[in-house]
Design a protein around this ligand. Structure first.
Ligand code: FEO
Length: 169
């Protein structure tokens, strides 16, 4: 069964949101570089790559279903942040918005009786739980770190060890 136009449009919108996420995290990475936190910068760069992976997952899915991908324009992300804590608070807030978008999309696929799209979105529902959890853990760690330079340095080292994610299928 071909994708309905409604679902195809909604999925193309979601590609845009995932690519915006990728853009946002790359911008956060640039900010972290600018304040000499290479580990934070690395972590955000990995996160940016992961978001691109999310966009491509939907891209491939639309094609597999015989639909047509249309890339939409992406907004400019913010480039200035107040602190590493502010960066991760913004990231967490952003992920909560993405979760709401995924939930809406799931609701739409349900309404349209599109079971294959619901199966795709199930992966994203699970992924969002993980993403929100990770961002909120780092927010909590940064609150504990406060203005202690040594603790921030240690956290930077820890975030710097993030490995690229293996392709999940
Ligand atoms: Fe693709 Fe972080 O949601």
């Amino acid at each position: 069964m071909m994708l309905s136009k409604t679902i195809q449009d909604a999925l193309n919108e979601q590609i845009k949101h995932e690519l915006y996420s990728s853009h946002l995290y790359l911008s956060m990475s640039a900010y972290c570089e600018s304040i000499n936190l290479p580990g934070f910068a690395h972590w955000m760069r990995m996160q940016s790559e992961e978001e691109r992976g999310h966009a491509l997952k939907i891209f491939d899915y639309i094609n597999d279903r015989g639909g047509r991908v249309t890339l939409l324009s992406i907004d400019q992300p913010p480039s200035e942040f107040e602190s590493p804590l502010h960066v991760f608070e913004q990231a967490l807030e952003h992920e909560r918005k993405v979760t709401a978008l995924i939930n809406d999309l799931y609701g739409l696929a349900h309404k349209e009786n599109d079971y294959a799209t619901q199966a795709l979105l199930q992966w994203f529902v699970t992924e969002q739980v993980e993403e929100e959890n990770t961002a909120s853990q780092i927010v909590e760690e940064l609150k504990m770190v406060g203005s202690q330079g040594t603790a921030l340095f240690m956290l930077d080292r820890q975030l710097g060890s993030r490995m690229p994610e293996a392709e999940e299928e």
